[in-house]
Design a binder for this molecule. Structure first.
Ligand SMILES: [Zn+2]
Length: 113
């Protein structure tokens, strides 16, 4: 591992993957679940997941091929004054982009096992 990779690993390994697996209130686990729910299948057999909070571009966690599909919004609902009955989403349904990379790492690890 080069110096840059080592520094990156240092910052990205906030939580060990093994600690994350079964914690349903862990932001990395929550992110991984949200991404998996929205994922589409890639030609390579792996998963293409949303690359950002809102958009329509998906990227494969294995071969990095990108596709444009259905729009997604993994963040909070937009406030609409005409639809006051729309309640905010539960935090378990909202992606936390601070942990996006960690969630992708977790999904990669799971898809290999
Ligand atoms: Zn792929």
């Amino acid at each position: 591992m080069d110096v840059f990779g080592r520094i990156k690993a240092l910052f990205s390994s906030r939580v060990e993957d093994d600690d994350v697996k079964n914690e349903s209130d862990n932001p990395i686990r929550i992110n991984a679940n949200i991404l998996k729910r929205s994922a589409i299948f890639c030609q390579c057999g792996s998963l293409q997941i949303p690359i950002e909070k809102e958009g329509n571009i998906y990227e494969c966690i294995k071969c990095h091929k990108r596709s444009t599909r259905n729009n997604y919004n993994l963040g909070q609902r937009h406030y609409d004054p005409n639809h006051l009955k729309i309640l905010p989403r539960d935090s378990s349904l909202v992606i936390n982009m601070d942990y996006y990379d960690d969630a992708v790492r977790l999904l990669k690890k799971e898809s290999n096992s």
